[in-house]
Design a protein around this ligand. Structure first.
Ligand code: ATR
Length: 263
């Protein structure tokens, strides 16, 4: 039986095992997908387990998406550019790091029939997932990308990777078509983002990477202002879809049942 893992710290709330095991069963694959809480000093031995074929694949989540990079033999172009790995596998005896968050975001946007072409994108946050969102937004031909983060040094680091983006002071609001919350503000029901969005007009897309709670205050406020809203659930499902396809060579099904599985 093949073994797959999601690693992170904390990891208790990860829904990856539920989704992957559902697809594994549906496709009659002889495998199991588990979760493991790790400390950074345990990463090395885990990657050896991939090399020794004890583990067939690993998903990586916060806070290891970047720190796992030096331990791998090779990176995909997407992982290299974003300096972020969320999927690991073995190919020709070499450990490969890939980033399916990019495709996850792109497919989620496609699924809701929104076109990023020539749109101005305003991203809040500069954490782990932001380079992937920028990469995907560029791929989808957005016209401008603004990034705003409470700690400006972290926003500067993102600009070092993508020098075309524009940095915005935390609290300021540029003219935009799409606003994306990629901060952890909203994970707690009472969290509020202090931005004055009364002047932005209607029919913008408000996107929250968070999907639990289903509707953050950020999305609630957007709805009241008459905008289109979407949470991060489809992005989560599609990043898992791409990892599954990479490991098993099968496109798993995504339908209402899959979506309900994560409620
Ligand atoms: P990491 O920074 O380890 O990658 P993350 O969950 O991916 O973790 O990122 C958290 C993001 O939420 C960061 O952009 C963080 O801003 P800072 O860089 O200033 O810490 C943002 N964030 C978390 N709490 C916040 C708060 N109370 N106000 C504003 N931004 C917050």
């Amino acid at each position: 039986m093949k073994k797959y893992l999601v690693i992170g710290n904390p990891i208790t709330h990860s829904l990856s095992p539920k989704l992957h095991n559902y697809w594994i069963k549906q496709n009659n694959i002889d495998a199991i997908y588990d979760k493991k809480k790790l400390n950074e000093d345990e990463l090395y031995n885990l990657i050896l387990d991939v090399k020794d074929r004890n583990i067939s694949g690993i998903n990586v989540t916060v806070p290891f998406k970047n720190s796992v990079i030096p331990l791998l033999d090779e990176l995909s172009d997407e992982s290299n550019k974003t300096q972020s790995v969320n999927t690991i596998y073995l190919k020709d005896k070499r450990t490969i790091g890939h980033n399916t968050d990019i495709e996850g975001f792109e497919n989620a946007i496609k699924k809701i029939n929104f076109d990023f072409k020539n749109k101005k994108i305003f991203i809040l946050g500069a954490g782990g997932v932001v380079p992937s969102i920028i990469y995907a937004s560029m791929k989808m031909n957005s016209s401008e990308i603004f990034v705003s983060n409470r700690t400006s040094e972290k926003a500067e680091k993102v600009k070092n990777i993508f020098n075309n983006i524009k940095l915005v002071n935390w609290g300021d609001v540029p003219d935009f078509d799409v606003i994306i919350n990629a901060t952890s503000l909203g994970l707690n029901q009472e969290d509020k983002i202090n931005l004055d969005l009364t002047q932005i007009g209607k029919n913008k897309l408000f996107y929250d990477v968070i999907y639990n709670p289903t509707e953050t205050n950020f999305l609630k406020k957007a709805k009241k202002l008459g905008n289109k809203c979407e949470n991060g659930k489809l992005m989560f499902i599609y990043q898992a879809f791409s990892a599954f396809k990479l490991w098993h060579g099968i496109e798993p099904s995504i339908n209402n049942e899959t979506i309900r599985l994560l409620d």
